[in-house]
Design a protein around this ligand. Structure first.
Ligand code: FRU
Length: 479
């Protein structure tokens, strides 16, 4: 939603209780509130931030402008979880209240160090002429949720980059803390800078080099870079804005991508043996995915179900954006798999055989199989006229198409109403999670993923099998 800059950057303390109550009341009227996905308490949710493990719990913050469905003066909002499914807001926030983050506490990461959680983030600072000075700054959060910001700027804006320098990710590689930061160089090309903590002290960071990951530099900015190690193998997750479509076929305004690499050479700042670039998600919206290596040895990721510069039907209710399910990464036969954590299965309330259903609560999981040599079509969020989200699984041609052109309220149509990907011409399994206005489709245990939104009217909650040999189960979920 377009709102004037004065509104978006109005100081938090200047909003009256009355104004805040109206915003919350408007959101409560939405017919699309999710039942098992995290949504903002109020306003706009964008990137996941500070996804980590600390004090015996999983920690997750989200980027938020609390006063409406727009990108304004951002803060971090804290949530915690013991099972990676239920995330509870704690009331703790990292607000833009310091000279080093005066125009927004932008995205970043977190890591437990000596009984405290270190938050590494971008302080967005603008001067009186609205010139931006991005600073990489830090804070400690203790076990009582008390946050203390560093007075020192941890990484200043280097000479060779523009005002686009943000989203530090801290990670521990072989006992040493490193950080990568997204940046734009003076030729307006996106790249990633690698730093290391001098003597492993997060108060002091030294530049190692520009990360070499086999990119072509066709993008104009790289947002939210994340390096994770899946069974020791480096995987770079990133959001390259303006990436040339000859390099990767994508339809969304900005793609979210990954590369699997063979090794990480810290001396030469190189990800050795990087694969070609791949889409992390084939759906309509998944962005700024954040991952971390958890103490249990697993790599967990979570994505913003939303995109920058897109208006959503929820804007009329003064809120926007949701988090995806948490996904666990694995690599099998050289391919990256993303799949919801095993505990998601505990939400299943007993299986029913998949069959036509004229209405559901739009809160369920489907586990379906399409045999080889078949073309099946399912319609979700369906009404009596068979409008809805059409999912066509064609194992003859080897193609999966998700078409939302007749599903609910239309939006972002400039970017197309269909998404598709190639699949093997063999039996294909889909796990589909539906939550009011959210769908997440996992193909063959997460080899490909389609995430997106549909904003149905009240009578659009059916499930229809249109054609083909598709079979499987329907699970209501205990949410
Ligand atoms: C990505 C992003 C980040 C930035 C944050 C601001 O969606 O633009 O690069 O830190 O959002 O909210």
């Amino acid at each position: 939603m377009n709102l004037p800059t004065e509104v978006r950057y109005r100081r938090y303390e200047d909003w009256t209780e009355d104004e805040k109550n109206k915003i919350a009341e408007n959101k409560a009227k939405s017919p699309w509130l999710a039942s098992y996905h995290l949504e903002p308490k109020t306003g706009l949710l964008n990137d996941p931030n500070g996804f980590s493990y600390f004090d015996g719990k999983f920690q997750l913050f989200y980027q938020n402008w609390p006063f409406g469905a727009a990108h304004g003066l951002k803060q971090w909002v804290h949530t915690e979880s013991s099972d990676l499914i239920h995330f509870k807001e704690t009331g703790i926030t990292l607000e833009p209240d310091h000279a080093h983050d005066s125009h927004g506490a932008y995205s970043g990461s977190a890591y437990e160090i000596d009984d405290k959680l270190f938050l590494f983030y971008t302080g967005n600072v603008r001067d009186e002429n609205w010139v931006r000075n991005p600073l990489q700054v830090g804070a400690w959060m203790d076990k009582d949720g008390h946050i203390e910001k560093f007075d020192k700027v941890l990484i200043q804006q280097p000479q060779d980059i523009t005002e686009h320098f943000r989203d530090p990710q801290i990670f521990n590689y072989q006992g040493q803390f490193y950080a990568i930061v997204g940046a734009q160089n003076l030729d307006k090309k996106g790249f990633i800078k690698l730093y290391k903590a001098t003597n492993n002290d997060v108060n002091n960071w030294e530049f190692v080099g520009n990360l070499e990951f086999g990119g072509t530099g066709s993008e104009y900015m790289i947002e939210c870079p994340n390096l994770v190690f899946v069974d020791g193998q480096p995987v770079l997750l990133y959001s390259p804005q303006g990436l040339d479509k000859s390099e990767l076929n994508y339809d969304n305004i900005y793609p979210n991508t990954y590369k699997i690499c063979q090794s990480f050479d810290t001396n030469s700042a190189q990800l050795v043996g990087a694969s070609p670039i791949h889409n992390l998600d084939y759906g309509f919206e998944a962005y700024a995915t954040q991952g971390f290596n958890a103490p249990d040895g697993k790599v967990y990721t979570i994505s913003w179900i939303g995109l920058p510069d897109v208006d959503y039907p929820t804007d009329q209710y003064d809120y926007q954006g949701a988090m995806s399910l948490v996904k666990e990464l694995s690599i099998r036969d050289g391919k990256l798999y993303q799949y919801p954590v095993p505990a998601m299965k505990d939400l299943r309330l007993g299986a029913k055989t998949l069959s036509n259903l004229s209405s559901s609560q739009n809160t369920y999981e489907l586990e379906v199989t399409v045999p080889a040599n078949d073309k099946s079509q399912l319609i979700l969020f369906s009404d009596e006229q068979l409008n809805g989200l059409k999912i066509t699984i064609d194992t003859i041609q080897g193609q999966l198409v998700v078409d939302r052109s007749s599903a609910g309220q239309q939006y972002a149509i400039d970017f197309g109403r269909k998404r598709q990907c190639d699949i093997e011409k063999t039996e294909t399994k889909l796990n589909i999670f539906v939550d009011k206005s959210i769908f997440e489709i996992f193909v063959n245990d997460g080899e490909k993923v389609f995430t997106g939104r549909v904003f149905p009217s009240q009578d659009q909650s059916g499930i229809q099998i249109q054609e083909g040999q598709i079979s499987g189960s329907y699970f209501e979920l205990n949410v």
